[in-house]
Design a protein around this ligand. Structure first.
Ligand SMILES: O=P(O)(O)OC[C@@]1(O)O[C@H](CO)[C@@H](O)[C@@H]1O
Ligand SMILES: [Mn+2]
Length: 451
């Protein structure tokens, strides 16, 4: 048995709610029950909708689902053992094997429970149990409990979204005359817009309104000081001169993969970036990776992706509707490809991907650049471990390097690597919550060693 709070082979322990007063502890104790209560309320508020659509079966399903979720909330609040999943989905066995793996690590002295296991695992597990509760009640299995808050976040950020579409149209007016450096400057701006779009995350706000109210372009200069690691130049060189194997027959233009995070405004910033990458000729193809069921309140599902493009097309705004039509065309032509591999809605650290999802790892190896959006992806890239802040990003990745990759992340969890000596201490004196407030960000790059 390995003591849960000791490093193993130089790898520090997983962040856990076992540490009283930690951000993980406060999340499991307070934020997750709040989110769960809002899910229960949302299902209850849609009772009449279920009655109209499914008759008495809808009422029974609503009642049963709420009962399962209330039972889970009690397990969570009283630190009960984590239960095996029973819904026989494609990933059920993988989840149950992961639970057994956690139990083996703990040994037989303690049960794997909500407060006594890695925070990453238990937070992901809660969203998978919400999915189980719905799956076990067929008439309402496809109900997205977070749809209302995701669509509201989109509508609340309309003005900022329209500003971005207008900005993009202005760039396109002179696209042919732009020098490589000018192209690089625009890329940097849109990369930062996508980075700060990550502040609009409804999990950290536990579902409270969290939309973009100010101009996303005008605020970039004032936000620059809050970027703690800025590898944007390395990202630009990976994109503008992709490493080609000797004798490679790859066509011109990069393949860029974007591992998406939140729907709403953040997704608009990602689609704007993806549009620029293709329209500028920098990318020949963009692969976008979403979640296969509702996840961490605001994460993108296939429905959200399609809905957002349709909303843009239908916008009463010349440049937004033009952008929407262009995005629809990219999808139809296969220039943009949307995927939702089950691995993204599992609890695994990304260093496990090659072993646990070799097909996905191989797909990412086809990319010239992979952009990982958001905080949860950063936690998985670094294994959600209690690293010293000055540990190299490449060390924390522990061999996860399918392609040149970059994390675009606003800090909302207390894991951060790749800082300069003293940088973390200085930040802590300025703001004790610097790692979890969402005010700071990183553009953190890693490229596999050249072969
Ligand atoms: O991945 P995102 O959307 O940027 O953030 C996910 C998040 O809100 O959820 C967890 C806290 O509940 C943290 O990982 C982070 O704060
Ligand atoms: Mn998210």
């Amino acid at each position: 048995m390995i003591a849960a709070d000791q490093p193993v082979d130089g790898v520090p322990p997983s962040l856990s709610a076992r540490v009283i007063g930690s951000f993980a502890f406060l999340t499991v104790k307070d934020r997750l029950p709040t989110i769960l209560t809002k899910v229960i309320d949302t299902i209850h508020r849609n009772k009449n909708k279920f009655l109209e659509e499914y008759g008495e079966n809808g009422i029974d399903a609503e009642k049963q689902t709420i009962s399962l979720l209330s039972k889970m909330r009690n397990e969570l609040q009283t630190d009960k053992p984590i239960l095996l999943l029973t819904d026989n989905l494609q990933d059920t066995e993988s989840w149950n094997e992961y639970m057994r793996r956690q139990q083996r690590l703990l040994g037989d002295q303690e049960s794997v429970s909500w407060f006594k296991c890695p925070w990453l695992y238990v937070e992901c597990y809660m969203y998978r149990r919400i999915q189980e509760a719905l799956i076990l009640n067929p008439p309402i299995s496809s109900f997205d409990v977070f749809k209302e808050v995701k669509t509201q976040s989109f509508f609340d950020s309309q003005k900022a979204a329209m500003t971005l579409c207008t900005y993009l149209a202005d760039i396109y007016k002179n696209m042919e005359k732009l020098s490589k450096d000018q192209l690089g400057e625009y890329f940097n701006k849109l990369l930062q817009v996508s980075l700060w779009g990550n502040k609009c995350d409804l999990s950290i706000s536990a579902g409270q309104e969290n939309s973009q109210k100010t101009s996303p372009i005008d605020s970039l200069n004032s936000l620059q000081a809050f970027v703690l690691v800025d590898d944007s130049n390395r990202v630009w060189s990976a994109l503008s001169s992709p490493q080609r194997q000797a004798g490679s027959v790859k066509p011109a233009g990069a393949r860029v993969d974007i591992v998406l995070d939140n729907a709403g405004f953040e997704l608009v910033t990602d689609l704007i970036l993806a549009d620029f990458l293709v329209s500028s000729g920098l990318a020949r193809q963009v692969h976008l990776h979403g979640k296969c069921f509702p996840w961490f309140v605001s994460d993108v599902t296939a429905n959200d992706f399609q809905w957002t493009i349709r909303q843009a097309m239908a916008a009463n705004h010349r440049w937004m509707s033009k952008s929407g039509a262009q995005w629809q065309k990219y999808v139809k032509e296969g220039v943009w490809c949307y995927h939702d591999h089950p691995f993204w809605t599992q609890p695994h650290e990304f260093c496990d991907m090659a072993a646990d999802a070799p097909d996905l790892y191989a797909a990412l190896q086809e990319a010239d650049l992979v952009l990982f959006k958001g905080d949860l992806n950063y936690r998985k890239l670094t294994g959600d471990r209690d690293w010293d802040h000055t540990v190299d990003f490449s060390t924390a990745l522990r061999g996860f390097e399918p392609a040149p990759l970059c994390s675009l992340r606003t800090l909302k969890a207390d894991v951060q690597v790749g800082l300069q000596p003293g940088q973390g201490q200085k930040l802590a004196t300025q703001d004790p919550n610097w790692m979890t407030s969402g005010k700071h960000a990183v553009i953190q790059f890693h490229s596999p060693k050249a072969e």
